[in-house]
Each structure stands twice: as structure tokens, then as C-alpha cells.
Design a protein around this ligand. Sequence first.
Ligand SMILES: Cc1cc2nc3c(=O)[nH]c(=O)nc-3n(C[C@H](O)[C@H](O)[C@H](O)COP(=O)(O)O)c2cc1C
Length: 193
Amino acid sequence: MSEEEGSSVSGVFWSLSPVVAITSSWQGRVNAQIAVTVVTASIVHSIPRLLVGIWKGNYTHELIINSRALAVHLLRRDQLEVVKNFGFYTGRDREKLRSVSYDKGVTGSPILRDAHSYADCRVINAMDGGDMTAFLVTVLDGGILSGGEWMTLDYFYYAAPPEWISEYGEKLSRSVALSLERIHKIDYTPWVP
Ligand SMILES: Cc1cc2nc3c(=O)[nH]c(=O)nc-3n(C[C@H](O)[C@H](O)[C@H](O)COP(=O)(O)O)c2cc1C
């Protein structure tokens, strides 16, 4: 198998993934970002877990590292604007949740009122990936808010205006350049609870 084929196999995990909003809060600061790197990590129905990949350059990463908590929200297909608001800009430059309604969840993370559904999670382990951290989280609370069809990355690329796609493409190129500097610098120190 070639590197190119390997890349297209891993690409499937991008395109079919749900597009989620991740929120976190630390010392009164609240923030939200978009992610597609969330997968299930438990076969025990009564102990739900997820694996959440967050890039280190993100402000949300800083809040999760410190609070050891995050909330995952599935988004509906009509929430393209939310993807732009949370996923195109950093919370270091703007208060992304200022005009967004939310409640404080059991972990302290913001729970968005307008989303498909949510899972409020506590970090129980973390693995360094150089440019990103893979957080193993346990789901402490959750609920269906509006339900319906959730958004996938494929759907976002299909439905978002072309100028949004090129704006995001430029942001992604800058993130990839940063990742290339860090991706092999993995810290193997175990995470301490
Ligand atoms: C469609 C889409 C998918 C994204 N997927 C991820 C992802 O899986 N993991 C991640 O860390 N960032 C992902 N991002 C990027 C972050 O949402 C983005 O960098 C955001 O501006 C970070 O905000 P923050 O700095 O306020 O945390 C995605 C963005 C978009 C628009």
C-alpha cells in the first residue's frame, strides 16, 4: 500500500465524522471550538467514554488542560453559522460565546442551549501527540436538545458558501504549518490524574 492510499483511508475518518462544538471553561473564561476528532471509546453502555483530539494551538486546548473538562455538542445541519463562529476564529481574539445562550454543566463546561445534543465530560487520561492531545473522557451527563440530523464534515463542505471554504482552507494551511513543526515532538511523560 502507498502513502497516498493510506492517506485516503484515513481521510474517510474525516469526511464521515460528525462536526461537533467543544466547549470548556477555566477560571471564569469560557470558549468553544469546532472539531471532527471525536470517537467512542467504551463498550460498556453504563460507562460511556469518548476520545477527543484537540490541537495544541487552540485556546480551547488551554482551557481543557487546566479544567480537565469539556462538553461535546453534536450540531444540526442548519447550524453552519455556528461552525464558522466557533471554528474559523480563536477565542483569544473574540468572546465567541458572548451572544450565545448556554448553561453551566456538571463539569463546569458551558452547555449550549441550541445544538442537536450534548455530552458533558471529565478528562480521565491524556496522550501527547506532538501537535495535538488525545483526551480520554468519561461522559458524566448528556441529553438530546433538538435532535434531527447532525452535521458531518462532508455535509459542511457541501453546504457552506464557497468563500467560507476558502477562508477555512487558508486557516487550515496555517495550522498545518504549525503542526509540521510540532508533530514529531511527542512528550512521552504519562498524564497524572
Ligand atoms: C469543519 C472544522 C473542523 C475542525 N476540526 C478540528 C478538530 O478535529 N480538532 C481541532 O482541534 N480543531 C478543529 N478545527 C479547528 C478549530 O475549531 C479552530 O482552530 C478554532 O478556531 C479553535 O478555536 P480556539 O482557538 O478558540 O480554541 C476544525 C474547524 C472546522 C471549521
